[in-house]
Structure formats: structure tokens, C-alpha cells
Design a protein around this ligand. Structure first.
Ligand code: 1DF
Ligand code: MN
Length: 359
């Protein structure tokens, strides 16, 4: 480890622990399932563009990322030490099990969660995790979320974006929200490759991935959940999104204005009145992380418009592994208590990292 005084250290001497909340992992079984999916004649182009790339590419960056995704032990912890990360909240990487047939997806979600829980048991002071689910079988997904939380000690669920082109705004998926609300755990909605119907104008310009397409699709996903009335039906449900709220905080004024106008215009069967405004749901049911968005103006803007109690630090390892980005967060011109909320206490509260015993 570097002895450079600017290198962040673990242990909390700076007045807070650093909890990173969108840290990705994968298992060999998952890469095998992706490789088999790639051989299908009807393979989805968005799946191929993302999972296919990381499964097969021999370029240096994807190979390094793949090696790091598969490590739930020494290399990851050494990388956390070198960047001053005390705890990683681990999420099965996109697109997870969501392109598999329902039975295979359900089984792989369960075995993946078992492996994640094992890693958390081996390193209880460094790792926590969220349960992966297979929304293509909503009832089984709700059940796996329940098992992950109550039996494996996981702290919520992760859903890697749309499921074969279908969004969680569709009522068929609401058993998952019902379970999350009942268990009092959040659901992290993480980006994935774009659906087939959206992909082409992004992909032809190289803009479908983390550079932009991920944010467009995940912001759309959360908006659809809000305008479909999910939070009226499940008022205690908590949703987390990364990447500084997938740009929605910047849009709030216009979203509120045009949402009200569109509802009043009775223009869409699918856009019925909601009990609250979009910005109210964003401030009451939604939490965001700073994954991939280590940029002071964006972070402070989000704290200002959503509240400092809703913004949490994330690194996005291994897709993003830059010690300088940790320092950017350390050096934010915000008071000590707000910084502690950003790095530590919001994540502890939202994910129940203190309350739920590590088993
Ligand atoms: C990428 C970026 C891939 C992120 C990810 O999961 C991901 C990428 C497959 O750059 O290909 O989580 N990210 O969150 O920025
Ligand atoms: Mn990510």
C-alpha cells in the first residue's frame, strides 16, 4: 500500500468510515450462463453488447474488470485498502440473471446469493450485500428477496434494469415491491444494456453503455415506477439508484410541471393522477448514490434538491476504480456531519448495516 499521505486510509480516522454502495461482483456460473446465452440464435442485442462483451473480449480493460468481478476475497480487499474503502455493499453485476429462462434465473439467483452470503460471512467487517432476484418469475423473486434478507443476512435487493424489455412499473412485478416494503429493505435499480427497442440510435454512436444510455434507461425506469403509482400503492417502499440519481434530480422542475400538465390534459391512459408530485416521491421514497459521478457540483446539487440524507457514496468497483475519486468526495466543501452522512451513516440507515446482524 502507498505511503503517500494523500492516499485514503481505512479505519475512520478522518471522522467517518467509507462505505461504497454500488460495488459489483460476478460468479463463474454467471459468466458460464452468459456464454450459453450468447450461443442462442435469438440472443438479444443489448445483452450481447454488454454481457457478451465482458464474457468474450480479450482487451485489457474488460479482462481486468472480469478478474476483479470474480474476486470476493484478497484482491478486492487489497483494492479497498488501497483506496480507503472500509466496507463494500456488493451487488450482482448487470445484467445478472435477468436474461435467463425463468427456472434457470431463479436457481442462479439463489446460488449467487448463497455465494455472496458466504463471502460476507468470511469478511463481515468488509462486505455486505444485496440479494439478486429473477424478476421474470415475480413470485419466486419476492420469495428469494425474503430468503436473502431473513436467512442470508443480505440488506435488500438489486434489480439490473429492465427484464427482457419489461419494466418494474408493470404490475406483474409488484409482488417484489410488496415483499421489499414488508421486509423494510430497499431495492437498488442498477443499469443494464438497453432494450432492443431503444438500442440502435445509442449503439450506432457508441453511447449505449455507462457513458449515457445506462442513465437514460435507468432514469426512465424510475420515472415509470413513479408515474405508474407504485409509491401510492407501496408508500414505505424505498428505491435506490446510482449515478447521481440517473440525472433525474436535474430534471425535477420540468418533470413536476409537465407531469401535472399531462395528467390534467388526460392525454395518456397510462398517466393517471398520483397522490404526490414526482419531486415529492424523489424526496420521500428514493435514495441515490454517487457511483461514477465523482463531481462536486453534481453531488452538492443532489444534496441540495433531494436532501443530504438521501445521497450516498459509491465507487462502482470494478468498473470505476480511481483513488482520486475517493479524494474528490473526501475534499468536498461540505460540513463534517454532511460528509459523514454521505460516506457512512446514510448507507447504514438505508441498508440497515448496523441493525441486521451479519450471519
Ligand atoms: C459498466 C459500467 C458496466 C457500470 C456495468 O455493469 C456497470 C461498463 C455491467 O462500463 O461497461 O455497473 N456502471 O455502473 O457504471
Ligand atoms: Mn454499477
Amino acid at each position: 500500500m502507498s505511503t503517500d499521505p494523500a492516499t485514503p486510509r481505512t479505519g475512520g480516522a478522518q471522522g467517518y468510515l467509507r462505505i461504497a454502495t454500488e460495488e459489483a461482483f460476478a460468479t463463474p456460473d454467471l459468466f458460464d450462463a452468459w456464454a450459453r446465452t450468447m450461443e442462442r440464435s435469438d440472443v438479444d442485442p443489448g445483452f450481447a453488447g454488454l454481457a457478451g462483451f465482458y464474457t468474450t473480449s480479450q482487451a485489457e480493460r474488460p479482462r481486468t474488470i472480469k478478474r476483479r468481478l470474480l474476486d470476493l476475497g484478497e484482491e478486492r480487499i487489497a483494492d479497498m485498502d488501497a483506496a480507503g474503502i472500509d466496507r463494500a455493499l456488493l451487488l450482482l453485476t448487470a445484467p445478472g440473471v435477468q436474461w435467463l429462462d425463468p427456472a434457470e434465473g431463479v436457481a442462479l439467483a439463489a446460488s449467487t446469493n448463497d455465494q455472496l452470503a458466504d463471502a460476507c460471512r468470511r469478511h463481515p467487517d468488509r462486505f455486505s450485500g444485496l440479494a439478486a432476484v429473477a424478476p421474470q418469475d415475480p413470485a419466486a423473486a419476492a420469495e428469494e428477496l425474503r430468503r436473502g434478507v431473513t436467512q442470508l443476512g443480505l440488506h435488500g435487493g438489486v434489480i439490473n434494469g429492465h427484464t427482457q424489455g419489461r419494466y418494474l412499473s408493470d404490475q406483474e412485478f409488484w409482488p417484489i415491491f410488496e415483499a421489499a416494503e414488508d421486509l423494510d429493505v430497499p431495492i437498488y435499480i442498477h443499469p443494464t444494456g438497453l432494450p432492443r427497442t431503444m438500442l440502435q440510435p445509442f449503439q450506432e454512436a457508441g453511447l449505449d453503455g455507462a457513458i449515457y444510455g445506462f442513465g437514460v434507461d435507468t432514469g426512465l425506469h424510475l420515472l415509470r415506477i413513479i408515474t405508474a403509482g407504485v409509491f401510492d400503492r407501496f408508500p414505505r417502499l424505498r428505491i435506490v439508484v446510482g449515478h447521481a440519481g440517473e440525472a433525474l434530480p436535474f430534471w425535477l422542475f420540468r418533470l413536476d410541471h409537465m407531469h401535472a400538465a399531462t395528467v390534467r390534459a388526460e392525454r395518456y391512459e397510462s398517466m393517471k393522477p398520483t397522490q404526490r408530485t414526482i419531486s415529492e416521491y424523489m424526496r420521500e421514497n428514493v435514495y441515490i448514490t454517487t457511483s461514477g459521478m465523482a463531481w462536486e457540483p453534481a453531488i452538492r446539487f443532489c444534496q441540495q434538491v433531494l436532501g443530504a440524507d438521501r445521497v450516498m457514496y459509491a465507487m462502482d468497483y470494478p468498473y470505476e476504480y480511481e483513488v482520486s475519486e475517493v479524494r474528490t468526495h473526501d475534499d468536498l466543501d461540505i460540513d463534517a456531519e454532511t460528509k459523514r452522512m454521505l460516506f457512512q451513516t446514510n448507507a447504514e440507515r438505508v441498508f440497515g448495516l448496523n441493525a441486521t446482524a451479519q450471519v
